[in-house]
Design a binder for this molecule. Structure first.
Ligand SMILES: NC(=O)c1ccc[n+]([C@@H]2O[C@H](COP(=O)([O-])OP(=O)(O)OC[C@H]3O[C@@H](n4cnc5c(N)ncnc54)[C@H](OP(=O)(O)O)[C@@H]3O)[C@@H](O)[C@H]2O)c1
Length: 319
């Protein structure tokens, strides 16, 4: 009886402690947001960075949404992806809807020789924004010992290599103008890990550290670096989670936005000074709930969650 009482009290205090930690963590974020909305937001125009924006991996999901949202705000868009037909369709739609110019560059980022052509096309343009968006991940969980070796190399090239080389190509165009922004799309997996999903989480850890180092180096040239660390977003890449979130629609409303809603919110954080941003309020909340956990506990949680996602996904496939 005494034990049960103790347990209940302990649980209550643990709850109070977590709530306290959450409030402490949320408070500075709220203050920064209010400051941004009142002081900064109305003074910024995204076209101040330059005439053109480059988006990698832009024919689906987040990339497509970024291209559309930036075009909506008046920027000309350079679209880089691997499927020519999808590229053309995306470009035609953007030109028709937003009356801006587009340039399509076909490239498969798994191939390291794709960059010389990209470089040729970009040189001489007034490029203000680079969105290093392209990424790939396993579609189903599995043990690392069974992952195809080529898949591992491809994931390193696409998730890490592309960001490094595209940044290397664009920086010499931004530095002399003393303006520009490099936006690297990372993931909450950099903190939460990705056990049973191969090197996805580790590749995003690389992006976080790369962004931190780069920012230090280029801040003196007035070139900004932003590292976005979103949680779940409804795209092809997150197919494994779709059936789970269909079962829990209220949770989905908070932490599973579609690409368009995510990007609309994420772009606002481009102007904020912080290097890291989830880009979406539900993902910030999600991060704050888990980030206090020791790494080992975070890995257990993610491992278990991936198993749950896989259970719902397999169940739906069998129906
Ligand atoms: N969705 C999420 O829940 C989520 C969460 C956190 C972070 N992220 C990150 O957000 C970024 C975008 O993810 P997403 O969910 O929008 O992915 P997605 O829906 O799978 O779209 C990926 C895009 O990249 C292109 N692409 C893929 N491989 C390519 C290659 N080798 N060469 C050139 N283009 C290639 C695809 O074009 P094709 O038509 O040619 O395939 C497609 O346009 C990624 O960096 C991802 O890690 C996503």
């Amino acid at each position: 009886m005494m034990e049960l009482l103790l347990e209940t009290k302990l649980t209550k205090w643990l709850g109070v402690f977590m709530l306290f930690k959450l409030c402490l963590a949320i408070f500075p974020t709220i203050i920064r947001k209010i400051y941004f909305l009142l002081i900064t937001a109305h003074r910024v125009d995204i076209r101040n960075f330059g005439e053109w924006a480059v988006v990698t991996g832009c024919t689906d999901g987040l990339g497509k949404a970024f291209a559309n949202e930036l075009a909506k705000r008046g920027l000309n868009i350079i679209l880089i992806s691997r499927n020519e037909e999808k590229l053309k369709n995306t470009a035609d739609k953007i030109e028709e809807e937003h009356r801006v110019k587009t340039l399509c560059i076909q490239a498969d980022f798994k191939k390291r020789d794709c960059y010389s052509n990209i470089k040729k096309e970009l040189i001489g343009r007034d490029i203000g924004i680079l969105v290093n968006n392209v990424g790939m991940a396993r579609t189903t969980p599995g043990e690392y010992s069974t992952v195809d070796e080529d898949f591992i190399w491809n994931e390193i090239d696409v998730n890490c290599g592309t960001t490094c080389i595209m940044t290397r190509i664009l920086l010499p165009l931004m530095i002399p103008k003393r303006k520009g922004i490099i936006v690297n799309i990372s993931s909450i997996s950099a903190e939460m890990g990705s056990p049973s999903m191969g090197i996805y989480g580790p590749s995003k850890c690389f992006i976080n550290m790369f962004s931190s180092c780069l920012r230090k180096e280029v801040e003196c040239y007035n070139v900004k670096v932003k590292c976005m660390t979103p949680g779940f977003i409804k795209t092809n890449m997150s197919k494994l989670s779709h059936s789970f979130f269909e079962k829990f629609p209220i949770l989905a409303k908070i932490i599973f936005p579609d690409a368009k809603s995510y990007v609309k919110s994420a772009i606002e954080s481009f102007y904020e000074d912080d290097l890291m941003a989830t880009g979406y309020w539900g993902h910030t909340l999600m991060g704050l709930l888990f980030i206090w956990m020791p790494l080992k506990l975070r890995m257990h949680t993610t491992y278990l969650f991936v198993k749950i996602l896989n259970y719902y996904s397999t169940k739906q496939k069998l129906q």
